[in-house]
Design a protein around this ligand. Structure first.
Ligand SMILES: [Zn+2]
Length: 355
């Protein structure tokens, strides 16, 4: 493996080379999308779909590439030892991880996309509990080993509420030759769970060697944006922003905190995670977010839980790209009632004012 192109083992350009030329787009949100499609159970959110329906996962990877993602992220989110133990499937730990990585690699090979390995929040980490730190290291280390074996281009370690857990993931990734993209999930309070200011947490991650730092999940575009400028101001590495595509706002800044006044009899007493539909951002809001984030200097863009391919395409197009899916981007001039004179009869255009 060349030291100048970590991860790029076959002459392809690696993460850092691509980012030197412009922003990178990484589609995420696999777990939510597969849940909506009926192949993954909300609650545990363990990606057993990797083994049960590999063809469905491969198609979703292709859908996101078609929409403009530069990256195929292996679906090893929540495929760690603790999560599999919680659903009584610990024996599937290694085959599930290896298969997720293999599927990502196969899909990417057809397209030239980058392949990313993935580590995620363990939900067992406690800052003052050294035993939990040892357990997390063990969990991350085994997943990293499988990612390295699979020849991924880089590793995404994401959705950490505790910056200290992110630092553990980073330390372990730095022992491999692979670049590290580290992103934190910031909930209602604009700081990490241990109370660190977001910009300082990102600074510590950058100082510890992260190649890209930033935020993913938890917050929608409107409430993630104000946290990004302070981060770009204090780090020298590219900054990442992958919000959830939901209309969070000042009073309910995370998607977990959203409340629906029109529907208060929900399974978890809140819209999260299975009744968020009324809060979904339009593709146009995602395009606006993309342009604003670029103006702030964000260089690694994507979307997390809740994103569909139409959101990803909007993001790609806001970056000035025309992914294959742009062939089918809207052209309302052709609409039978709302379209241009050539396509809509005058009587139908008049009718459309009241319909
Ligand atoms: Zn997410």
């Amino acid at each position: 493996m060349s030291p100048t192109t970590p991860g790029a083992t076959d002459g392809r350009r690696g993460l850092l080379e691509r980012m030197a030329e412009g922003p990178l787009l990484c589609a995420e949100g696999y777990v939510f999308e597969l849940e909506r499609r009926g192949y993954l159970q909300a609650g545990g959110f363990v990606p057993e779909v990797v083994l049960d329906h590999p063809e469905v996962l491969a198609q979703l990877h292709r859908d996101f590439l078609h929409a403009g993602s530069d990256v195929v992220e292996a679906l090893t989110y929540y495929a760690h030892r603790e999560k599999l133990r919680a659903v009584g499937q610990q024996h599937l730990l290694e085959p599930l991880n290896r298969q997720a990585l293999a599927i990502a690699g196969e899909v990417a090979a057809d397209s030239g996309a980058l392949v990313a390995g993935n580590l995620s929040n363990s939900n067992v980490f406690e800052p003052d509990d050294q035993a939990s730190g040892r357990l997390v290291r063990q969990m991350f280390d085994e997943q990293l080993g499988w990612a390295v074996d699979a020849g991924v281009d880089y590793v995404i370690a994401e959705t950490f509420s505790y910056a200290q857990e992110a630092l553990i993931a980073l330390e372990l990734i730095k022992r491999t030759p692979l670049p590290a993209v580290i992103t934190l999930a910031v909930h209602r309070a604009p700081r990490t769970r241990e109370g660190w200011p977001v910009d300082q947490a990102c600074r510590r991650l950058a100082d510890a060697g992260a190649d890209v730092v930033g935020l993913n999940c938890a917050r929608g575009p409107r409430t993630m944006l104000p946290l990004l400028a302070p981060v770009t101001a204090v780090v020298d590495v590219p900054v990442a922003a992958l919000p959830v595509p939901y209309r969070t706002h000042d009073h309910q800044p995370s998607f977990q905190s959203l409340r629906d006044p029109d529907h208060d009899r929900l399974p978890a007493d809140r819209p999260f995670p299975t009744a968020l539909d009324p809060f979904t951002c339009t593709r146009y809001e995602i395009a606006d977010f993309t342009r604003t984030a670029r103006e702030l200097g964000v260089a690694y863009l994507g979307l997390c839980c809740g994103a569909g391919p139409h959101h990803v395409r909007a993001m790609a197009e806001a970056l000035g790209r025309t992914p294959p899916a742009s062939r089918y981007s809207p052209d309302m001039s052709r609409h039978a009632f709302l379209g241009a004179d050539r396509w809509a009869r005058p009587a139908d255009r008049r009718f459309s004012r009241d319909y």
